[in-house]
Design a binder for this molecule. Structure first.
Ligand SMILES: CC(C)(COP(=O)(O)OP(=O)(O)OC[C@H]1O[C@@H](n2cnc3c(N)ncnc32)[C@H](O)[C@@H]1OP(=O)(O)O)[C@@H](O)C(=O)NCCC(=O)NCCS
Length: 170
């Protein structure tokens, strides 16, 4: 049985956070985003909302999304490898889902590598299902992306599910 989760202190990502985020990014992804990708998201993209999660004053997780009217699109989620499987990923994902709902989204989507079972399991736990495949989506190894969706985020069914998952985290 897992130990009770430690609380992640989640706040909006700021430009000052980018160097540490890039470090985590380099540990988590085979094709890390460059600095200007995060910089542009934070400063030029009005649809983008990015968050960092701190544990013991260090950024160990982050996530981001775009919200366009009733659709939200998760662009990235990561937890530094040494801190994975401690429910920090869940806490970041909940923040992204709640931000989406707060901004009016009913539907939320993302792409995930076909081989990334950890992430797929996390998303499935939060009601995402696979709706299609994008063949050869990842250019580094030609891997397919699974497109996952969840919704209706505003329905009683989804809200109850989210509440129950949050309670089980406490
Ligand atoms: C995917 C990721 C964010 C999960 O974060 P995490 O903090 O390790 O996950 P959590 O401890 O919050 O786990 C939540 C759920 O995710 C799933 N999960 C997480 N890691 C898993 C693993 N290694 N194997 C199987 N399922 C896993 C489980 O369903 C788990 O719930 P459970 O404990 O009730 O079984 C993390 O593995 C990561 O950063 N990976 C590298 C970056 C990445 O792949 N990001 C996603 C891009 S789409």
């Amino acid at each position: 049985m897992k130990a009770p989760p430690r609380t992640l202190a989640i706040s909006l990502m700021r430009n000052d956070d980018i160097p540490r985020v890039l470090h985590v990014e380099s540990l988590c992804f085979s094709t890390p985003w460059p600095r200007n990708a995060f910089h542009n998201e934070l400063n030029d993209n009005k649809l983008a909302h990015y968050f960092v999660g701190r544990f013991e004053d260090e950024i160990i997780a982050y996530g981001g999304l775009w919200v366009v009217l009733e659709d939200a699109h998760i662009t990235t989620v990561a937890v530094v490898p040494q801190q994975q499987r401690k429910r920090f990923g869940e806490q970041i994902l909940i923040r992204l889902i709640e931000e989406s709902i707060m901004r009016g989204a009913r539907w939320i989507t993302l792409e995930v590598r076909e081989s990334n079972e950890a992430a797929q399991n996390l998303y499935k736990k939060y009601g995402f299902t696979v709706v299609s495949t994008r063949r050869g989506y990842y250019s580094d190894n030609d891997e397919n992306a699974l497109v996952m969706w969840a919704g209706n985020l505003k329905s009683d069914i989804y809200q109850n599910r989210l509440r129950a998952l949050k309670e089980s985290l406490c």
